[in-house]
Design a protein. Structure first.
Length: 338
């Protein structure tokens, strides 16, 4: 059975392998073992309630095949975007340039550098083995975070944001970066994006222009890439739109990818989730398939499984599912429709 659970240090090598073999590189899932180790350490301390992580908790979940122990994916939540530092992006806006003499009235799109999303809860580090991208387990991995936040709302911001990877080609070249950021950094897109994931973000404020960027001055390819997701991110975007996330006015400062956002109480999984008492049965069949999790913060587990929901406060699950979720008779589980 495939299960979402908190990452541990025993997953380090498997996560490293996954990060290095993924064709879409993710700055919030570093490829270097020492950086990954630090990320798992921050997650472990966050799940343990370490007071030193207060306000900047970072949670890293993995998708595991419980029969083989294989790690098939990762998904993260940062309690506070920026983790105590400014969280930079561009806000799309426009200026009006007009001349009564020439009877010209132009609306010019511009980009403002801002860190006004700093502190909002950020979904990040989503990756999955290629063979599972088009399956229900992709939804399990991504949506398990919504059940987790729905159970522990008091620990997170009421607004959730997600940066979607922007347009780049097979060689890693990025039209938005090549037309804008590259002029201010002596490095290619991949290097700058890597630094954004493993170093302090102050270098962005130090090197990027602080004045508004007039979009028509960018290349045609860069303009076309603004707010567009990478093809590999399309499935994730579709899932997020179904949940209730919407494209906002902010884009990634490096690749121009869109930023999605939603209020936690407006998300479909959160609105449709229910918590009921477990009745363990011998039956291994029947029931309806749901997204199901236990209510444990530090030992959270989430699966796709069958349960029988009745009129009252009791649901029925089989012994196998109860064992994977680590729940016993009369304990409670939370579930939501697929």
């Amino acid at each position: 059975m495939l299960t979402v659970r908190p990452s541990t240090f025993s997953d380090l090598v498997s996560i490293e392998k996954l990060a290095n073999h993924n064709s879409a590189k993710i700055s919030t899932l570093p490829q270097q073992r020492d950086k990954l180790s630090a990320k798992i350490d921050a997650s472990t301390r966050s799940f343990a309630g370490d007071e030193s992580m207060g306000g900047i908790e970072q949670f890293l979940f993995i998708l595991e095949n419980t029969e083989t122990g294989e790690v098939l994916g990762t998904a993260g939540i940062d309690r506070s975007a920026g983790n105590g530092q400014p969280f930079y992006n561009y806000r799309r806006d426009e200026l009006i340039h007009s001349s009564r003499q020439l009877q010209v009235n132009n609306h010019i799109p511009i980009l403002y550098m801002t860190h006004e999303l700093t502190g909002k809860t950020l979904f990040c580090s989503l990756t999955i083995a290629p063979e599972y991208r088009g399956t229900e387990f992709f939804g399990l991995l991504s949506r398990a975070r919504l059940l987790f936040i729905g159970l522990f709302k008091e620990r997170f911001d009421e607004d959730i944001i997600i940066e979607i990877q922007g347009v780049s080609d097979e060689t890693g070249d990025c039209p938005f970066w090549d037309s804008l950021g590259r002029h201010f950094f002596d490095m290619d897109f991949a290097t700058a994006d890597h630094y954004s994931g493993v170093k302090s973000k102050t270098f962005i404020a130090e090197l990027m222009p602080s004045h508004p960027i007039y979009v028509p001055l960018l290349s045609d390819a860069a303009q076309a890439a603004i707010g567009k997701p990478h093809p590999l991110a399309e499935q994730n975007c579709q899932l997020l739109h179904r949940e209730g996330f919407r494209v906002g006015n902010h884009i990634d400062i490096f690749d121009g990818g869109p930023t999605l956002g939603a209020h936690v109480n407006d998300l479909n999984t959160v609105k449709s989730m229910h918590t009921k008492t477990v009745k363990v049965t011998e039956s291994n069949g029947g029931g309806v398939k749901y997204l199901i999790c236990n209510g444990d913060f530090s030992d959270f587990k989430c699966v796709v499984g069958h349960l029988t929901d009745g009129i009252g406060d009791v649901i029925r699950i089989n012994h196998t599912l109860a064992k994977v979720l680590d729940v016993s008779e009369k304990e409670r589980v939370t579930f939501a429709p697929l």
